[in-house]
Design a protein. Structure first.
Ligand code: EPZ
Length: 429
């Protein structure tokens, strides 16, 4: 199984390019199911998650062609409405094919995704929204059997709490429903805006984009289009934190202003210099120790849960104690014991982690438990004395394109040690 080896201590300098957003790309790919014309996605990241979803879509009849950062998806005909356990279990976002399959074919059988290492992650809100749209749902042996004989119907849906996945899923389905759908208490993550704008380019009628109330007037069909995937704000934030950790001066290119305001505020509080341009983010830190800063994860525009592990890594070497509270997922501190193996001082109680900054971390062998947790270990490894090796690299490959090349391009001593094929087992993000 591949591992990543890092020799800590190098400061980072130079430009680092940001890829298209994984969490937008995989929703846009599902949108291709809604039209019998081709959807061409540009600025596509090359990740194991996009490959995995492509394989599922192909099994449903979608023709897929790949260029360097382009993917063309053509759902001329949906030949299957069955998404089996093995194709859904490994990646939760695959569950979002259910709504589009119902919209196109009036029925579908899709495996329930199950829990994962960061939490139980049920899909009750997804099903609630689809039921409100007239879908009959039965749960049998781990599968959702769904039917919308007379097509999907517009509905007024109020989510009891904010869910990114349920908002996107309902949005996808509602584009082809008859009548108007209103989604209240909708998530406002930029990836949802990206999806909604792309759907509009395909002929959908979505308004209220980037607010917590989406209004979707159903149309009878959608056309093909070409769409550039939004830059990855989590990749941007991750490398911004990596640069802050290692010190030096790095300019992230190909990103977009306004995607990481909460993070930038916290980084500045910690003493990091951050300058945002229209599509760049320059991060600079000198020799002084970082100040400790408390963080609470929230839905957008609050501090992203997907950057919590990376920020915790930064705080492990701050000059004092910081408190990090996780409010989105119930079990998202699995990086804490691994960071402790590098010498970090972290006490976790329920959804709260107290991080007492130490003067230095020391290299060790550590193990990735999920995508964002594993990259927090990379960040810590950049300053740990000696060598850090990180196992289960397949987690990183799900969401970070050319991670070693991007970091070593700025001077990090990081390399991949290749071993026999990984099992590819994972936790269904
Ligand atoms: C998306 O997950 C992202 N995944 C996650 O990124 C991200 O952490 C999360 O949003 C929050 O920003 C993708 O976009 C593929 P939710 P999602 O529905 O949609 C509970 C990464 O590392 N919930 O907003 O699954 C749920 O258990 C991943 O890239 C229900 O109870 O997140 C969680 O506690 C990890 N019932 C909370 O809501 C439901 O029906 C928020 O989940 C749906 C969700």
């Amino acid at each position: 199984m591949d591992r990543i080896a890092i020799r800590g201590g190098n400061r980072l300098f130079g430009d680092l390019p940001i890829s298209g957003a994984k969490n937008s790309a995989i929703k846009l790919m599902a949108a291709a199911l809604l039209s019998d014309q081709p959807l061409t996605l540009t600025n596509m990241p090359k990740l194991s998650d996009t490959r995995f979803l492509a394989a599922l879509l192909e099994s449903l009849g979608v023709e897929i062609g790949n260029g360097s950062d382009v993917m063309r998806l053509h759902a001329r005909e949906i030949t299957s409405t069955f998404a089996p356990y093995d194709r859904v279990r490994k990646m939760r976002a695959t569950f979002n094919v259910l709504g589009p399959l119902l919209a196109r074919r009036g029925e579908a059988k899709v495996s329930l995704p199950g829990g994962c290492t960061i939490g139980a992650r049920p899909v009750d809100l997804h099903l609630m929204a689809l039921e409100a749209m007239g879908v009959q749902i039965a749960l049998e042996e781990g599968y959702v059997l769904a039917r919308a004989r007379d097509g999907l119907k517009g509905a007024d849906v109020s989510f009891p709490f904010v869910s990114v996945g349920a908002t996107e899923h309902a949005l996808l389905a509602a584009t082809l429903a008859s009548g108007t759908t209103v989604l209240r208490n909708a998530a406002r993550e930029p990836e949802i805006g990206d999806l909604a704008h792309c759907l509009n380019a395909m002929g959908a009628r979505v308004s209220g984009i980037d607010t917590d109330t989406l209004v979707i007037e159903g149309v009878t069909s959608l056309r093909g289009t070409e769409w550039a995937v939004i830059p990855d704000r989590i990749e941007t934030g991750t490398y911004a934190l990596a640069a802050a950790m290692a010190g030096g001066e790095v300019t992230l290119t190909g990103t977009r202003a306004g995607l990481n305001d909460a993070l930038i505020g916290k980084m500045r509080e910690a003493g990091v210099e951050v300058d945002e341009g229209a599509d760049t983010l320059r991060v600079r830190r000198g020799e002084a120790r970082l100040r400790p800063v408390d963080v609470d994860t929230e839905v957008f525009p609050g501090f992203a849960t997907d950057l919590q592990a990376q920020f915790m890594a930064l705080m492990t070497v701050a000059d004092g104690e910081s408190v990090i509270r996780e409010h989105i997922f119930e079990n998202r501190f699995m990086h804490a014991p691994e960071l402790a193996r590098l010498g970090a001082d972290i006490a976790v109680h329920g959804g709260e982690a107290r991080v007492r900054g130490v003067e230095a971390l020391r290299g060790a062998e550590v193990m990735a438990t999920d995508l964002r947790a594993s990259v927090s270990l990379v960040i810590a490894g950049l300053v740990a004395e000696g060598e850090t090796t990180i196992g289960r690299v397949y987690h990183l490959d799900r969401g970070f394109e050319r991670l070693e090349a991007k970091l070593s391009g700025c001077g990090a001593d990081i390399r991949r040690l290749t071993g026999p094929e990984s099992s590819g087992e994972d936790d269904g993000h």
